[in-house]
Design a protein around this ligand. Structure first.
Ligand code: 6PG
Length: 473
């Protein structure tokens, strides 16, 4: 046995992760893939690392090549393929071996797999990996869930390959069983919201301000120097600037307006709903992807109703208009992250995970898709040691939200009047208005529930549960 660890699944993510272990980690990595040729190609394509890459022809040979206690990283498509690999691997592994699922698993599956492996003595780890293909190769953000004792063994393997933020590795143990995959799911939900809100601002620029993609690109580049500085804003600028070599048009102008999705954003929203948290910006983002994908229906509806209003939109052109958009986006982003964090806080309570919320922001600062300077602000908010009930109540954010609220309101209102859809931005504003309203309107809902179903209500002026004898209807 020569290999420090093994990676199973030589798709782009698996191969890149293996290369990262060999390169940044200096580890000897065993490789396995069902189509053996795929594993052989990895050292062949990367001759400089070939001495540390050991492709195996059979699963038995792969496992036999690993130093004990073994570490196997499974990187295959989420769902049934993971169960299939576990089933094949378990008879070959021994108690004390670590089996890591590094894919985008549904955390419920991770909890189930963790429980199923308990008696075998094999230590199961659900590990969220973010950063796309390049991240996997050069430094992802890594969210580890599993037995805490396992973390001591994994730390020296994972810290060298993780992204670094000012020298600090973006990897942490976040809690037992499904904690790592749950946090990755929320990361993706936030990623959806972030991307949707950026796309909505792009929609305002395109349809209300009639800017070209080439005109927008430098605006996003400039925003990338300020409070919005992030990977997603950076790549918005890059994609907007790109020209299609075939048509000479902006690349974004020839791309079909239907968003794909693999399900993690939806899971985030479903889990938030199960926990009773209104992650409305995430919901809006997932729903908007759904609407986008029904293009034929949209084209028919556009013929019936017409598109964006041709009336002057009310948006100011030039610097004034653009700074309002920037401030609105920044404010909505705070609200979206507050919702994502509220979901994790509630999951932490519900599943007794004790999720380290500040630590999560810390390891999201580099490597992952939502990396941004803003995550450093969140890290600092948690580092103050004060209990953060909700990010919208954290002192470092309250003044920013108060300052940006007007811009968000203005943008949402003008977009509504112009007929430019801003589902996530308006969800952010509505949530904010609801969240900070001392006297809500659920009293009327409670009254109606009590009238039609004797569901009872509580009163403002005295303790207890009450039922009123409403007039018969
Ligand atoms: C990441 C990403 C990645 C994910 C897609 C999202 O953190 O590196 O979240 O894991 O696969 O970016 O997928 P869809 O947009 O296809 O749902």
């Amino acid at each position: 046995a020569v290999a420090d660890l093994g990676v199973l699944g030589m798709g782009t993510m698996g191969a890149n992760l293996a290369l990262n272990f060999a390169d940044q980690g200096g580890f000897t990595v065993a490789l396995f893939n069902r189509t053996v040729e795929k594993a052989r190609r990895v050292p062949a394509d990367n001759p400089e690392l070939a001495s540390r890459l050991a492709p195996a022809d059979t699963l038995q040979a792969f496992v036999a090549s690993l130093k004990a206690p073994r570490v196997v990283v499974v990187m295959v498509n989420a769902g049934a393929p993971v169960d299939e690999q576990i089933e094949h691997l378990v008879p070959l592994l021994s108690p004390g071996d670590i089996l890591i699922d590094a894919g985008n698993a549904d955390f419920n599956d991770t909890v189930r797999r963790d429980a199923a492996l308990k008696d075998s003595g094999i230590l199961f780890v659900g590990m969220g990996v973010s950063g796309g293909e390049l991240g996997a190769r050069h430094g992802p953000s890594i969210m580890v869930g599993g037995d805490e004792a396992v973390w001591q063994r994994l730390k020296p393997l994972l810290e060298p390959i993780a992204a670094k933020y000012e020298g600090s590795p973006c990897v942490a143990w976040l809690g037992p069983d499904g904690a790592g995959h749950f946090v990755k799911t929320i990361h993706n939900g936030i990623e959806y919201a972030d991307m949707q809100m950026i796309a909505e601002i792009y929609g305002i620029m395109r349809d209300a301000l009639t800017m070209t993609a080439a005109e927008m690109a430098p605006v996003f580049s400039r925003w990338n120097e300020g409070g919005l500085s992030s990977y997603l804003i950076e790549i918005a600028a890059v994609t907007l600037k790109e020209v299609d070599p075939e048509t000479n048009q902006a690349m974004v102008d020839v791309i079909l307006d239907e968003a794909g999705q693999k399900g993690t954003g939806r899971w985030a929203v479903i889990e938030a709903q199960k926990l009773g948290i209104g992650a409305t910006t995430l919901e809006a983002a997932v729903s908007a992807r759904g609407v986008s994908s029904r293009r034929n229906e949209r084209l028919a509806a556009a013929r019936i109703y017409g598109g964006v209003s041709t009336e002057p939109s009310g948006f100011a052109a030039g610097e004034v208009g653009l700074s309002e958009l920037e401030a609105a986006l920044e404010t909505a982003k705070i609200i979206a992250y507050a919702q994502g964090y509220a979901t994790m806080a509630e999951a932490s309570r519900a599943f007794s995970w004790n999720l380290p919320l500040g630590e999560i922001a810390r390891i999201w600062r580099a490597g992952c898709i939502i990396r941004s300077v803003f995550l450093d602000d969140i890290t600092k908010a948690y580092e103050t040691g004060e209990t953060v009930v909700n990010l919208l109540q954290a002192p470092s954010f309250t003044s920013r939200v108060a300052a940006g609220e007007g811009a968000l309101r203005g943008v949402v209102a003008k977009a509504a009047l112009a007929g430019v859809p801003v589902p996530a931005l308006s969800a952010a504003l509505a949530y904010f208005d609801d969240y900070r309203r001392a006297r809500g309107t659920a009293n009327l809902i409670q009254a109606q529930r009590d009238l039609f179903g004797a569901h009872t209500f509580r009163r403002l002026d005295k303790e207890g549960t009450f039922h009123h004898h409403w007039p018969a209807v």
